[in-house]
Design a protein around this ligand. Structure first.
Ligand code: ADP
Length: 188
């Protein structure tokens, strides 16, 4: 199995590049952000809970997110692999994912980390807000919180995979196609 963690700050291009990778490698795309937004739209209890965190630019609690992710993995029978997009976002999530995948003998193959400067991230998120309808993209204060949360809680997850020699950093600035080519080159 090819299990890829696609990593990077908000606005790094994880969702866009995931779409390319799932087509090329036949993978299942699991985006915790997309799952939360679908639940908000469907007005589920999970959606209501997630919304209260997302609207502040904070993370949804680990136990909720981990349970959600593992139940999504289990929905797929005999997959070629997964792209984890927006998960794991804390070291506790990474540890839980490793434990879960080890028990299934399908460990993470690699982490691909998209590197994009902060000014560029803010510009991209505000631009995306014009079409995405995402309230967390439209407010500069929420964007600041999301980026601060990324530095404090999420960035250390790269070290977690780095310690396992699974971390690859990719320049996330340039055309969408050129970034896709960089990712293909690393995955092989
Ligand atoms: P982005 O990468 O642009 O921030 P996402 O769609 O990945 O967007 O996530 C949107 C929001 O959903 C996050 O700001 C956070 O509140 C919540 N979220 C998504 N994934 C996780 C996760 N793994 N753990 C906790 N919260 C999450």
């Amino acid at each position: 199995m090819l299990n890829v963690v696609l990593f990077g700050p908000p606005g790094a291009g994880k969702g866009t590049q995931s779409e390319r990778l799932i087509t090329k490698y036949g993978l299942v795309h699991l985006s915790t952000g997309d799952i939360f937004r679908a639940n908000i739209k469907g007005q589920t209890a999970l959606g209501q809970l997630a919304k209260s965190y997302i609207d502040k630019g904070a993370l949804v609690p680990d136990e909720v997110t981990i349970g959600l992710l593992t139940s999504e993995v289990e929905k797929h029978e005999d997959p070629k692999g997964f792209i984890f997009d927006g998960f794991p976002r804390t070291t506790a999530q990474a540890e839980a994912l490793d434990k879960y995948l080890d028990a299934r003998n399908t460990p993470i193959t690699m982490m691909l980390s998209l590197v994009v400067p902060e000014d560029e991230l803010k510009t991209r998120l505000l631009e995306r807000a014009k079409t995405s309808g995402r309230t967390d993209d439209a407010d500069p204060k929420i964007i600041e919180n999301r980026i601060a949360t990324y530095h404090k809680e999420t960035a250390p997850v790269a070290n977690f995979y780095g310690a396992q020699d699974k971390l690859h950093t990719i320049d996330g600035v340039g055309s969408i196609d050129s970034i896709t080519e960089r990712l293909y080159a690393v995955i092989g």
